[in-house]
Design a protein around this ligand. Sequence first.
Ligand SMILES: [Zn+2]
Length: 76
Amino acid sequence: MAHQLRAEYGPEGPSGAVLKWHVVRTGEPTMAMCGAPVDPGAESKPETAWGTGLRICQQCGSLYLHEVPFHGAEHG
Ligand SMILES: [Zn+2]
């Protein structure tokens, strides 16, 4: 697996709600594809959780679709 989803939390931190999910490359787990720093302790999900209704960081999402085109096939 080449990518993971990592949580970004709101002001309450990990005890609060997940603000959005960034996509990270597994070789670079502390930096999101959009350039945002990712807390090493943030919750992670496998990339198969993509498209299950999670709120994904828009910038990460568009970069991810370039790297994993099969996800974007339906969008042309
Ligand atoms: Zn992002």
